[in-house]
Design a protein around this ligand. Structure first.
Ligand code: SF4
Ligand code: SF4
Length: 497
């Protein structure tokens, strides 16, 4: 196999042979991203503030007594936007999960990595929180690079130490926030009041996850998007020429030509006098200034086309627009657009047949979720015959034992009554059945069903003459569970000799 010496490859072709964040010798190339400025950055700042506020506050907001968002995997209890989902609603949670996946598929196929750039917690925390702190503590990317290459003097120790402490403290806050989504904010606050020594195991887990978050934001950074995140991988299978994503207009930009300071001054002077600066024939609008590269948090050059490493953060759009403004050229050399539109010079719709097909699947799933959600009962009942038992003969008749599990899915009190609908003459004797369930209460109780052979006064039998035991000595029993919301009828079996 021939070994290619990448130092012989043209600068603009290097991306084909090496990764932006890995040196040719395999060591990490640290990315010192420049601070972007512009309209997209402003919008991303606003979106990030809203998302961070939501993430931090959602576990402390209560709707109808429920935490606004809860993902209690341990007890399999989930609350989405104030609506609780119990283990029995697993089918609904699965369907919602599927609908979310299809939503991601549609968003990616039509708008590329819109999730990564605008909404993903990794990007929001990394670019909008941790990197900003880094700029504040360690200075501009140039200062950071110079300091990192220099000796461990007092200035470097102080700044690195400061960054370390702040990053660790923030990671601890993030770990606590995620924990409040799992064990609920009420439990978390109670545990905090109890102190770490009262819940050593949980505290150990918390410190572990703090360490994980710290390492992700302190060291791993963009590698999380490039190596670890599965979404970035399947994105490449969904994006095509019609996908609208952050793109460089190569038709307008090429051939890229380096502008000297004099060229920029001449262009500005020409613009001031209402003329156009005459550029060499064949040169495009790209000044080859590399501003779009220096702001990129993953270190890539968007001019090389759509790449797996691009998280769609829009920083290069703002950087290029700033350059275009300075030299008086039209903004949008890098913009949200599709390759088809750039090639044809006309704006093409991203509503392809593929997107419409995905949309139909999404609509069907969404309608199913909404319908099932609307039909969902507020009381969950499970009735099973007592495990290991068959029948017993009592003075009143044949008897079977049952277990019942009642779950009040609401946060309000719920009166409940249980009676046998069919067959007639079957008597229900409660063994701890409640008449009222508290909000979110789960009750496990038992009852006995007796097929009366004679009335209690010893006179005539109430037994239904039409009732017969089928093969294996079993018959069907229908039990009605009544609440103010309606009646649920459940079938169970009754066995006899
Ligand atoms: S290429 Fe542009 S949009 Fe993509 S990650 Fe880099 S700066 Fe962000
Ligand atoms: S910022 Fe714009 S002009 Fe400068 S290199 Fe990038 S694409 Fe070309």
């Amino acid at each position: 196999m021939a070994i290619i010496d990448i130092s012989t490859i043209d600068d603009h072709e290097r991306f084909r042979a090496e990764l932006a964040s890995i040196r040719p010798d395999g060591r990490r190339r640290w990315i010192y991203a420049r601070k972007p400025r512009g309209r997209y950055t402003r919008w991303r700042n606003i979106v990030s503030v809203v998302l961070l506020a939501f993430l931090m506050l959602a576990p402390y907001v209560k709707v109808d007594g429920h935490q606004f968002m809860l993902l209690n995997i341990i007890d399999r209890k989930f609350v989405f936007f104030g609506f609780p989902f119990w283990p029995s609603d697993f089918y609904l949670v699965t369907l919602m999960f599927l609908t979310t996946i299809v939503t991601f598929v549609i968003a990616t196929a039509s708008l590329g990595r819109i999730w990564c750039g605008w909404l993903c917690p990794q990007t929001v925390f990394m670019e909008m929180v941790f990197r900003k702190i880094e700029w504040l503590v360690e200075g501009s990317p140039v200062e950071q690079a110079r300091r990192h290459a220099g000796p461990w003097n007092a200035d470097r120790i102080m700044r690195t130490g400061g960054k370390f402490v702040i990053f660790f403290a923030l990671s601890f806050v993030i770990a606590n926030t995620f924990l409040s989504y799992v064990i609920s904010s009420d439990v978390l606050l109670r545990y905090i009041a109890d102190g770490p020594m009262a819940h050593v195991e949980l505290f150990g887990g918390l410190v572990f996850f703090t360490g994980v978050f710290f390492m992700v934001f302190y060291r791993f950074r963009e590698q999380a998007c490039l190596i670890a995140c599965p979404y970035g991988r399947y994105m490449s299978a969904l994006v095509d020429d019609k996908t609208v994503t952050v793109s460089y207009d190569h038709v307008r930009g090429e051939d890229r030509t380096k502008w000297s300071r004099e060229d920029v001054a001449a262009q500005r002077a020409a613009l001031a006098s209402g003329q156009t600066f005459a550029r060499p024939a064949g040169s495009g609008d790209c000044l080859d200034c590399h501003q779009c590269v220096t702001v990129c948090p993953t270190g890539i050059d968007i001019r090389n086309g759509i790449q797996l490493e691009c998280v769609g953060c829009t920083a290069c759009i703002d950087a290029c627009d700033e350059v275009m403004d300075k030299v008086g050229l039209d903004r949008g050399l890098i913009r949200y657009d599709s390759l088809t539109s750039i090639r044809s010079g006309k704006r093409q719709s991203f509503l392809t047949r593929r997107i419409v097909a995905y949309g139909i699947v999404w609509l069907v799933l969404m309608c199913t979720v909404v319908t099932l959600f609307a039909m969902r009962s507020s009381l969950d009942v499970v009735i099973l015959r007592q495990a290991g038992s068959t029948w017993v003969q009592t003075p009143q008749g044949l008897a079977n034992f049952y277990q019942v599990r009642l779950i009040n899915k609401t946060s309000k009190k719920m009166p409940v009554s249980i009676r046998v609908r069919e067959p007639r003459g079957m008597r229900l004797q409660s063994l701890g059945l409640p008449s009222v369930l508290r909000g979110e209460q789960i009750v496990n109780a038992r009852f006995i069903l007796t097929m009366q052979s004679a009335s209690e006064d010893g006179r005539e039998s109430h037994r239904d003459d039409h009732v017969e035991f089928h093969e294996k000595g079993a018959m069907q029993v229908i039990v009605d569970v009544e609440t103010p919301d309606g009646v649920q009828s459940l079938k169970t079996s009754f066995v006899g000799p």
